[in-house]
Design a binder for this molecule. Structure first.
Ligand SMILES: [Zn+2]
Length: 185
């Protein structure tokens, strides 16, 4: 048998014209004795003592070389198509897996970044609050020191005033001072 193309319709050794006419008419076959029944209801062969269990007869079809060639080519194309479909399916699955993996990784990275950002924010807030508290304490300390200083000054002034007002010379000195002011004015 040669695999020449464009050979359809030409006759070869197994051409359909050589098929048994009787066989092509057979529709049933006995499961037990292999007796066959044709489309006219006639039984051919088999055992006369058999009770016959007929089943639909599968006809044996002989293909010509061209038909065999065409069938083989069709089968090969079908196999190639199946193979391609399988490959394509696998490739598509792989792509989807990759996409899914990438998305998962991205989501994880985003979560990690968010966590880092939150941690940084918290650390900065702690630092800010701490430095604010330190400055506040320092200012309150300075304020207290100023109050104390003012009180001390006030006490000293009062003490001095008491001493001066009881000193008789102070009165004279004050008088003279006023006279001088009047003259200068
Ligand atoms: Zn039978």
């Amino acid at each position: 048998m040669t695999e020449t193309e464009g050979n359809y319709g030409t006759s070869d050794t197994n051409d359909t014209s050589e098929r048994n006419d009787e066989e092509s008419d057979i529709v049933m076959e006995c499961k037990n004795c292999k007796a066959r029944m044709n489309n006219k209801g006639q039984t051919l062969g088999g055992s006369p003592s058999c009770k016959h269990f007929y089943q639909p007869f599968t006809k044996i079809v002989y293909l010509s070389a061209a038909e065999t060639l065409a069938r083989d080519r069709f089968k090969r194309h079908q196999d190639e198509t199946d193979e391609f479909i399988t490959k394509f399916g696998n490739y598509k699955q792989k792509l989807e897996d990759n996409r899914s993996n990438c998305q998962t990784q991205l989501e994880q990275q985003i979560q990690e970044l968010k966590k880092l950002l939150d941690n940084r924010e918290n650390a900065l807030m702690v630092q800010l609050n701490s430095s604010f508290e330190q400055k506040k304490e320092a200012i309150i300390k300075q304020y207290d020191a100023l109050l104390e200083h003012r009180e001390n000054c006030s006490n000293i002034e009062n003490a001095n005033h008491d001493v001066w007002s009881k000193d008789p010379q102070t009165k004279d000195r004050t008088k003279k001072k006023r006279q001088m002011q009047l003259i200068n004015a």
